[in-house]
Design a protein around this ligand. Structure first.
Ligand code: SF4
Length: 465
């Protein structure tokens, strides 16, 4: 059924539409869809909601509004009232409940922390008011528990992010602006030069807390190029992650560079241990390559390993996913991250109109990952949600005790400044009053190379007090 939203609260419209989108494929947001009216009126100390559509029972709500609320808190509450009542209305129209209830946006833990600050019990509020399932509520509670002592610590320090958007081939689910390396016509050598200047340009006002070199696949660089970039970072014992997402790119020489440049954590991403699936999703490497890369890193010693997996990859059964989890747990990396397959604009899956509708399978896979990993001693420690995921589920990072990646917590909870370098990288400044300022570098590699001087200047200004 197609739905369009009409509301007297224009400033909430986008978020109300997000609630409709969350019900896909049961309900689809469309301009020519059946009109659902979601109105809110505030009179003195009362707010009233009214959600209606022709042919369906109207839903209404009445809420107390305290005159002493700040403007910001008042707006937040009014939006919650209307979103929740729209959710209830749509849930009864569609005949389904969603794991995350009326929650939209990428960071469900943000609401958890807000509820604590408001003096409420998040466990009760999330289930009773926001309609989040008890299972997801307990997941959020575990994550908040794992973040104790890490979230908001060392705010006098800043994180560093370096982007290397190059890969050996394009994964079919990928929407990043990552360039496939062509040996004869690659922008890579010029990019390495520009990136080093970019890294070296800003004399950081703050000491470093964590460094993250992502992409792309940073280990697509030759050992020499990787060495030049990592040397420019000048790590000094901080948490330091380098993504080696495509295992076939790792060599003994590159692992030696990682060690020499004080890297502490490497992401070797299988996504699945089923060869047929790797072939279907355009990974162009073998399961054996994953084991080889893992062995190389382990043999070097002293490097923590993260492994990424994706639920609901094409053609994968529950047993296939379970097999991947069994193998991962046997290998025993320090971190495991479980992504829900998201169909993103710009990906080959989106172009091919791949349908990731799960009918409960995504939930089973995600629940299995959580149970199996927790049984093996891992704990969930960060979470984010993306659009168009199977089952509208989440991405969750799990860590063994004492192995939480601080950078992942910081980036999701937006607690620390970030000095970012590279095409598309976004620097951030966090101010005490919750204000966040961002500075994005040019996304396209060609544009980045052409405008590097201008961006360096802007970044120097951006971080100037
Ligand atoms: S390795 Fe990562 S960045 Fe590269 S194509 Fe695959 S998903 Fe995209």
């Amino acid at each position: 059924m197609k739905i369009s939203v009409k509301t007297n609260c224009e400033s909430f419209k986008n978020e109300l539409e997000e609630v409709v989108r969350a019900f896909a494929p049961y309900l689809l947001l469309a301009e020519d869809g059946a009109v659902v009216v979601a109105d809110l009126t505030v009179n003195g100390g009362k707010a009233k909601t009214l959600v209606s559509a022709e042919g369906y029972p109207t839903r209404s709500g009445e809420y107390a509004v305290d005159e002493n609320w700040s403007d910001l808190y008042r707006k937040r509450c009014l939006k919650r009232f209307l979103k929740r009542d729209l959710y209830d209305f749509l849930s009864s129209v569609a005949g389904v409940s969603l794991s995350y209830g009326s929650l939209t946006g990428i960071r469900p833990t943000k609401l958890f922390y807000e509820l604590i600050d408001e003096g409420k019990d998040p466990m009760t509020e999330l289930v009773d008011y926001f309609r989040v399932s008890p299972s997801k509520t307990s997941l959020l509670a575990e994550i908040v528990e794992s973040q104790k002592g890490i979230i908001g610590a060392e705010t006098e320090k800043a994180d560093w992010f370096v982007n290397i958007p190059f890969c050996p081939s394009r994964c079919h689910y990928c929407s990043f602006l990552s360039e496939v390396i062509r040996p004869k016509k690659s922008n890579l050598p010029a990019y390495v030069d520009a990136l080093v200047r970019d890294i070296e340009c800003v004399p950081p006002a703050k000491p470093r807390r964590a460094i993250y070199v992502g992409g792309g696949t940073p280990t697509s660089l030759s050992a020499e190029q990787l060495d030049v970039v990592l040397a420019a970072i000048k790590a000094n014992g901080e948490e330091f992650t380098v993504e080696a997402g495509r295992p076939e790119t790792l060599t003994e020489e590159k692992v030696a560079v990682l060690k020499q440049r004080a890297v502490t954590r490497v992401s070797v991403n299988p996504q699945t241990f089923k060869q047929e699936t790797l072939d279907v999703i355009g990974r162009r490497h073998t399961v054996e390559d994953i084991f080889n890369a893992y062995r190389l890193v382990r043999d070097a010693g002293g490097l923590d390993v993260n492994m990424d997996f994706i639920t609901m990859l094409p053609g994968e059964s529950f047993e296939d996913f379970k097999h991947s989890m069994d193998v991962a747990i046997d290998l025993s990396p320090e971190n495991v991250t479980i992504h829900s397959l998201s169909i993103k604009r710009g990906s080959i899956f989106a172009e091919n109109k791949y349908d990731n509708f799960s009918d409960g399978l995504a939930e089973r896979m995600s629940d299995h990952a959580r149970n199996a990993l927790e049984k093996a001693g891992y704990r969930p420690y960060y979470i984010y949600r993306q659009k168009n995921t199977s089952g509208r589920l989440e991405n969750v990072g799990y860590a063994k005790p004492g192995k939480v990646c601080k950078y992942n917590v910081d980036i999701m909870e937006e607690t620390h400044d970030i000095y970012a370098s590279g095409a598309g990288a976004i620097s951030k400044r966090i101010f005490g009053n919750g204000r966040i300022e961002r500075l994005a570098e040019v996304k396209e590699i060609k544009g980045y190379l052409e405008r590097i001087d201008e961006m360096i200047q802007k970044k120097i200004e951006f971080f100037r007090d």
